[in-house]
Design a protein around this ligand. Structure first.
Ligand SMILES: Nc1ncnc2c1ncn2[C@@H]1O[C@H](COP(=O)(O)OP(=O)(O)OP(=O)(O)O)[C@@H](O)[C@H]1O
Ligand SMILES: [Mg+2]
Length: 234
């Protein structure tokens, strides 16, 4: 059961991210302060362009904020060097991108294993998890295919396997079920929740699927860069 006395795994303080284009400035993320507890499942909803992906990328250390701090497991990721951050990400953070971001020249299997290579993991440490993920995501017969030879849903499942291969403590997923039909979307959510339970993972999902958001412990809404609580389910 989640409660506010639990351990904080993610904490953002007054995070701001702006994009400047020509003479126009867009504040994509506007003074966002959020605390997420270990083992929590948070859903972020909000209209297109409200800043959800930008915020998720900042939290996952894929981009740097213009102001504010982001701490994961107490470590300030905004103060890390690029090498420290890459290492930290590989060990603790899983990310499912809105647009998959698979490497086109790599097979499904090679794409799934990218994070293990980045952190120099030994085969023994991920082999069992690899088999489990490939089986539960129904990718056994697609491992040697290139992304261009996979359906949108299969590409999405490869991206999910890649995010989970290193058994991360915190998973950020940007519309992880966006390209899937109802049955596949429900199945992918079940897999994310099963992994979450198994590893006491923290899960932060951006979604516009209210059926998925309703399963979260907490729903937050992004509106014009501002993040506000919408509903608490615990
Ligand atoms: N690299 C960039 N350069 C300039 N502006 C950007 C960039 N990335 C995002 N933006 C702008 O920042 C704002 C937030 O974009 P973001 O992608 O975070 O929205 P979103 O909530 O994820 O939308 P969607 O639901 O469509 O995925 C938008 O106004 C967008 O145009
Ligand atoms: Mg987005």
């Amino acid at each position: 059961m989640i409660n506010e006395n639990g351990r904080i795994i993610l904490e953002t303080e007054n995070v701001i991210k702006q994009y400047k284009q020509y003479d126009e400035t867009v504040t994509a993320v506007d003074r966002v302060s959020l605390k997420v507890y270990e083992g929590e499942f948070v859903a972020i909803i909000g209209s297109s362009g409200s800043g959800k992906s930008t915020f998720l990328h900042l939290c996952a250390g894929l981009d740097r904020p213009d102001a504010g701090r982001i701490k994961i497991r107490g470590a300030d990721i905004t103060a890390m060097s690029p090498d420290e951050l890459a290492d930290f990400r590989g060990n603790y953070i899983g990310m499912v991108f809105q647009s998959h971001n698979l490497i086109p020249q790599f097979t499904a299997m090679e794409n799934i294993l990218v994070p293990t290579v980045m952190c120099g993991k030994k085969k023994l440490s991920y082999e069992e998890n690899f088999k489990k993920l490939v089986s539960s995501l129904d990718l056994e017969n697609r491992l040697h295919h290139l992304p261009s030879e996979l359906s949108g849903g299969q590409q999405q499942r490869v991206a999910i396997a890649r995010a989970l291969i290193n058994l991360p403590q915190i998973v950020f997923a940007d519309e992880p079920t966006g390209n899937l039909d109802r049955a596949n979307a429900d199945e992918v959510l079940e897999l994310l929740l099963k992994t979450k339970e198994m590893l006491t993972q923290t899960l932060i999902i951006v979604t516009h699927d209210m059926k998925i958001a309703e399963r979260a412990d907490r729903i937050m809404k992004m509106d014009n860069g501002r993040l506000t609580p919408l509903k608490v389910n615990y």
